[in-house]
Design a protein. Sequence first.
Lengths: 77, 363
Amino acid sequence: MCLAVPMKVTAVTSDEVVVELHGVTQRARRDLLDEVAVGDHVIIHAGYALTVLDEAEAESTWALFDELQPGDADAQS
Amino acid sequence: MPSLEQYQSRDLVAALVREIERLAPVEAPVKIMHVCGSHEHSLSQWGLRSLLPPQVELIAGPGCPVCVCPEHEVREALAVARRGALLLTYGDMLRVPTSEGSLLDAAAQGADIKLVYSPADCVRQARENPGREVCFFAVGFETTAAPTAALVQAGPPANLSVLTAHRLTPPAMALLLRSGEIEVDALIAPGHVSVVIGAEAWRPLVTEFDLPCIVAGFEPVDLLLAVREILRQLRQENAALGNVYRRLVKPHGSAKAQAALARTFDVRPSVWRGLGELPDTGLLLQERFDELNARVRFDLRISAESAEMPAGCQCNRVMLGQIKPPECGLFRSACHPLRPYGPCMVSQEGTCYIWHQYGGQVA
């Protein structure tokens, strides 16, 4: 029930957002969002956008991985 | 920005597993409980347990809202459908067995029951059936309660009513930890529940029980980051609130969703299937919404029964992490996704269903 992935906002209407991931498009209510803009990533749950992904946080968390030694270089082509 | 696939990176998973192996205690096992059917799904689907050292145990808690929905609430939905209303609900609810059969059984006998994906679908159905009573049987934790609240706040069509079965997770976990029914060393808090309520909503549990509690997302890297953080804290004997899902979970969550919840529901005691009545864990529609409350509109007088579990069913012990699905004698024999006996074998978020599908643990 709670599985959801961030989808990219391609349009914003008075009460909905249009979102896209890997070529799949859907509409979602935006009642629960404060502000949203085209290009934002949002998480959709039960047809409602719940929150906008914080790209700065995503980047900074990702930067933490630099401390890890990715090691097994054969793992990824 | 990192792509979804990067959170599934084999290199990063391997690096995190090495750190987890280094941090894992040598002697006593560490029991980590998550409280989210979607976390169980990710753990099992990706086979993450098989990557962890044997002394690090990941246990599923009561994180499946369909599983904890008591039988009498399903019977309320059955009563509404049998009175000729069009009943709408999320797919997993259709097959939950009760002493009067499931909603799917009722549909086979002629009741008009449809599955919906969203409260927005319910508004559409109500508008397309203007002469009919349409009832939305709304189940779920905070993540799903927020859209129901938004539906109520938006003023639904007059022929649409709502039968709510929404529950709150942090107070339920606090009660179950306090009673000793759940015994664990750390918690992984549900990511999308926390999008709504905020990471800080879990702090009281850290304080009261001195447990590490880490809010996590759903990709392999997210879950392993949570495990690593828990092991670090346990090693330093410094239980704290953590959040490794900061890209979506803010400390105080979604103010707008919380405001919608507060304007829509009152917090009341709630019966959890197999776990009994837990104070301050239920969300009931406020009196001013009586007109769209199905319990009022249909004068439902179906009350909780004491056990609410079919004889021999051990779903309650599975939900408390006391046993694993294969330790239940009914698992994959008398209880099977095609013929579920207990609720945990019904829902895609049920631990037994997931373990049936993916094997749960590769030892």
